[in-house]
Ligand binder design. Structure first.
Ligand SMILES: [Cu+2]
Length: 210
């Protein structure tokens, strides 16, 4: 069963971490919104035209000023550090020696071209073995594209003239959407594909097929 709050399947080792981060950010922002909205409405009513409330007593509290500046700052800074940590996780595989599979990807208007280590190529389809660390080295042939697999929670811009490396470890068999997430021209909306997670033995067999 899917976890509450997630409408997408969690199909990679990083999915859950990004979901928790998103949930924390959502809750924090909701609290800030609720508190500020409440205060706006509360003061608008309290100091409405004609209200008998005194407008001349001004009490200053440095402690309160510091508290409402430093506490939210600290909370949002923590979210930033948390997000930066997992962004680094996405870019850097746990250890170079633990990469099981290297895939080379070229984005172009309007398709994804992918190549496996033995030279086998595919277009708009990516077959990967379950439970293995897959490293993607991506570049674009023309404009900026963005490689996006929602179920894996991985998305990264693919640029012309610069290699980008990200990685993932699929934890669930199945077929998943692959999108281009950066508007790249007329047929951007058709620049879609499929990621197929297979048992390692089935993948090995598939790799040998002509
Ligand atoms: Cu594109």
């Amino acid at each position: 069963m899917e976890r509450f709050g997630t409408f997408l399947g969690e199909a990679s080792s990083l999915s859950r971490h990004f979901d928790t981060l998103f949930l924390a950010l959502f809750i924090l922002c909701s609290l800030v919104t609720i508190i500020i909205t409440f205060l706006i409405v509360f003061f608008a009513i309290k100091y409405r035209r004609g209200a008998s409330t005194s407008r001349f007593i001004i009490r200053k509290s440095t402690a309160i000023e510091f508290a409402w500046t430093i506490i939210p700052f600290g909370l949002f800074l923590a979210i930033f550090v948390w997000a930066a940590y997992f962004y680094t996780e996405l870019l850097v595989p746990p250890d170079d020696a633990t990469v099981d599979l290297d895939i080379a990807i070229v984005g172009k208007q309007w398709m994804w071209k992918l190549q496996h280590p033995n030279g086998k190529r595919e277009i708009n389809k990516l077959h990967v073995p379950l439970g293995k660390n897959v490293r993607l080295t991506m570049i674009s042939q023309d404009v900026i594209h963005s490689f996006f697999i929602p179920a894996f929670r991985i998305k990264h811009d693919v640029l012309p003239g610069r290699y980008i490396t990200i990685w993932f470890r699929p934890i669930k068999l199945g077929k998943y959407h692959l999108f281009c997430a950066e508007y790249c021209g007329t047929d951007h909306s058709r620049m879609v594909g499929q990621v197929i997670v297979m048992e390692p033995s089935a993948y090995a067999q598939w790799l040998q097929q002509k």
